[in-house]
Ligand binder design. Sequence first.
Ligand SMILES: C[S@@+](CC[C@H](N)C(=O)[O-])C[C@H]1O[C@@H](n2cnc3c(N)ncnc32)[C@H](O)[C@@H]1O
Length: 280
Amino acid sequence: MAGEPENEPDEPTATRRIADDAESSRASRGWWDRNADEYQEEHGGFLGDDRFIWGPEGLDEAEAGLLGPADGLKGLDALEVGAGAAQCSRWLAAQGARPVALDISHRQLRHALRIDTEARTAGPGPIALVQADATALPFRDASFDLACSAYGAIPFVADPVRVMREVHRVLRPGARWVFSVTHPIRWAFPDEPGPEGLSVAASYFDRTPYVEQDETGRAVYVEHHRTLGDRVRDVVAGGFRLLDLVEPEWPAWNDQEWGGWSPLRGNLIPGTAIFVCERG
Ligand SMILES: C[S@@+](CC[C@H](N)C(=O)[O-])C[C@H]1O[C@@H](n2cnc3c(N)ncnc32)[C@H](O)[C@@H]1O
């Protein structure tokens, strides 16, 4: 996540600079392939193999109902964008939906396969997995009744309107599209869980991407910043109606630190923004 660049010897250099679609996708694919094992090791327990957790606050779709009532999910064709190990898709399948879990990272999808293999005896069966870029969805028009994403793809793409338009294209009229991203206000603060993460250190209005690059200047990790207003305009430009914007509060039970997310900061500033949209 963004904040003040911190450079260490032999580490990629952190900076703020432009990164286009192609460079961002290439960086994401490489970064998530290299870091999937560590990510799943560190966060897999919190996410749960078959729970739908919207972000580090721990908001659970089983309680939030942002996709609509759980009993209304049965029989729906659902697309999870930037699915990682497909935990959310597994929850959708348990509700009787027919999910497809899409991710750019082969290694993340290997973890989805691993979880499904380990759980072979229980549950509704393996999740359909597709390796692809969210900016070019390999599906026919109007193939899905629902799309969702918990921090998948959208924070990492240079042109989120492309993703919105693609999701719009593959959804059927009236379908819901719900996605979570880092709350835009976080970009104004250092990405630190402690008190040092509570003082504004950068302009909220600076949209320059956060980039980690190797010694040749090649991006190895990219995150893109949009303001809250930008995100609303992206949704509308994609052809969606915005039904709700949810800013989960930090719950008392959650004592986890996850990068810059922590109880200290979570009690003071929002960490996640969830956009609940409907296809026109
Ligand atoms: C923070 S993880 C979220 C995954 C899952 N929802 C979770 O909570 O673990 C972000 C995921 O987005 C995927 N991703 C990044 N850029 C993408 C893109 N352009 N297209 C598809 N997936 C992408 C990454 O590979 C990664 O699995």
